[in-house]
Design a protein around this ligand. Structure first.
Ligand code: ATP
Length: 314
C-alpha cells in the first residue's frame, strides 16, 4: 500500500499544481476580459526576439468594424527606447497595448515585433515576451506572496522579496497582518490602488520581460512615491536596455521619454522629444501648459481629471 500511495500522492500534488495554474490563467483572462476569438495559426512559430523593435504599419482597428479607433496608424517604437503614448481620453492609447498583446487582431495593416507579424507567432511566446502594469491590476484570491510570485513561478523567495523592495512595497507588506502570507483579492484583505500598482510592478520586475508596457501604472500613487518608483523603473530599463511604452495622462511622468507620440482621433498628431514638442507649439504643448497650471507650488495636482480634453469634447 505504501508503495502505491507515494506515486499517487505525488500525482495528486502535480495535479493540484497544474489545476491551480490553470485556474490562475482563467482568473487572469477573465479579469482582463481577453477575447478568446484570437487563436494561434496552425503553423505558429515562437517569437524570436532580438532587439525588441515594435512597428505598427498602416493599422486600422475598431472594436466594431464600423467605428474605427485607430486609423491607418503607422508608428515605430525603436528597440531599447522608452516611449510614451499620450493624447486625449478615448483616442486609443490602451487599445494600442491590447493589440500588441493580441487580445484583438487588427482589421487592416500589421504589427511587427522584430520584423515578425504578431499574427504569425504563438500567443504564448508573444505574451511571455511582454510585461504589463495595467490601469487596474488583477489580483488573485491568494496570498500577496503568490500574487508577486506569479510573475515568475521559478523565482526563489529571495527574488520575490527583492522584487518587492525594488517596487517600494516590501515594508508595507511586512506591516500587513500576515506579512507576505496575507490573503488578498475578493475574499482577502482590501488593499489600496497604489499598493496594487506596486504589487503589479513587483510582479513585472520578477517576470523581467523584454518588452514592458505601463498603462497609467503609477496613477494611484502620491507624487513622492510615484517619483521614487519611476526612478527605479527607469534605472532598470536603462540598465537592461528594454523597450518600454508608457501611457499616461500626467505628462510630468513621461516628459523624459526618448520619443513621445501624441495620438488624436486614432492617428499620430505629432511626435518627438518633450523639447521638440514644446517648441512645435501643438497639441502636446497645449496639454502640457494646461496641466502645469493645475499644479500647486508643492507639485501636487490640485484639480482632477475632469479638466482633461477628451475626444468627445473636441
Ligand atoms: P483613456 O485615456 O481614457 O484611458 P484611451 O485613449 O486609452 O483612453 P482606449 O481605452 O484605447 O482609449 O479606448 C478607445 C475607444 O474605444 C474609446 O472610445 C472606448 O470607449 C472604446 N473601447 C475601449 N474598449 C472597448 C471595448 N472592449 N469594446 C468597445 N469599445 C471599446
Amino acid at each position: 500500500l505504501f508503495q502505491l500511495s507515494v506515486p499517487l500522492n505525488f500525482l495528486g500534488s502535480v495535479y493540484r499544481e497544474l489545476r491551480q495554474s490553470l485556474l490562475d490563467m482563467e482568473t487572469l483572462f477573465n479579469l482582463q476580459k481577453v477575447n478568446v476569438a484570437v487563436k494561434d495559426k496552425p503553423d505558429a512559430k515562437p517569437l524570436l526576439l532580438s532587439s525588441g523593435e515594435i512597428k505598427f504599419e498602416n493599422v486600422t482597428f475598431g472594436y466594431r468594424p464600423d467605428r474605427p479607433i485607430l486609423k491607418n496608424l503607422t508608428v515605430t517604437i525603436p528597440a531599447g527606447k522608452k516611449i510614451a503614448v499620450v493624447g486625449p481620453s478615448g483616442c486609443g492609447k490602451s487599445t494600442i497595448l491590447r493589440l500588441l498583446f493580441r487580445y484583438y487582431d487588427v482589421q487592416e495593416g500589421r504589427i511587427l515585433v522584430d520584423g515578425q507579424d504578431i499574427r504569425d507567432v504563438s500567443l504564448e511566446s508573444l505574451r511571455k515576451a511582454i510585461g504589463v502594469v495595467p490601469q487596474d491590476t488583477p489580483l488573485f484570491n491568494s496570498s500577496i506572496r503568490h500574487n508577486i510570485h506569479y510573475g515568475n513561478l521559478e523565482a526563489s523567495q529571495d527574488e520575490v522579496y527583492s522584487a518587492a523592495k525594488k517596487a517600494h512595497i516590501h515594508e508595507t507588506i511586512e506591516r500587513f497582518p500576515d506579512g507576505y502570507d496575507t490573503m488578498v483579492g475578493e475574499r482577502g484583505m482590501m488593499i489600496s490602488g497604489g499598493e496594487k500598482q506596486r504589487l503589479a510592478v513587483s510582479r513585472l520586475i520578477l517576470k523581467d520581460p523584454p518588452l514592458l508596457f505601463f498603462d497609467e501604472a503609477t496613477s494611484a500613487l502620491d507624487t513622492h512615491t510615484e517619483q521614487a518608483l519611476l526612478s527605479h523603473i527607469n534605472s532598470i530599463l536603462k540598465e537592461k536596455k528594454r523597450t518600454s511604452v508608457f501611457i499616461a495622462h500626467r505628462l510630468r511622468t513621461i516628459y523624459d521619454c526618448d520619443v513621445i507620440i501624441v495620438l488624436r482621433a486614432g492617428q499620430v498628431a505629432e511626435s518627438g522629444t518633450h523639447e521638440q514638442l514644446i517648441d512645435r507649439g501643438g497639441l502636446y504643448s497645449e496639454l502640457w501648459s494646461a496641466q502645469e497650471t493645475l499644479f500647486s507650488d508643492n507639485g501636487e495636482q490640485v484639480v482632477g481629471e475632469d479638466t482633461m480634453v477628451t475626444e468627445e469634447t473636441k
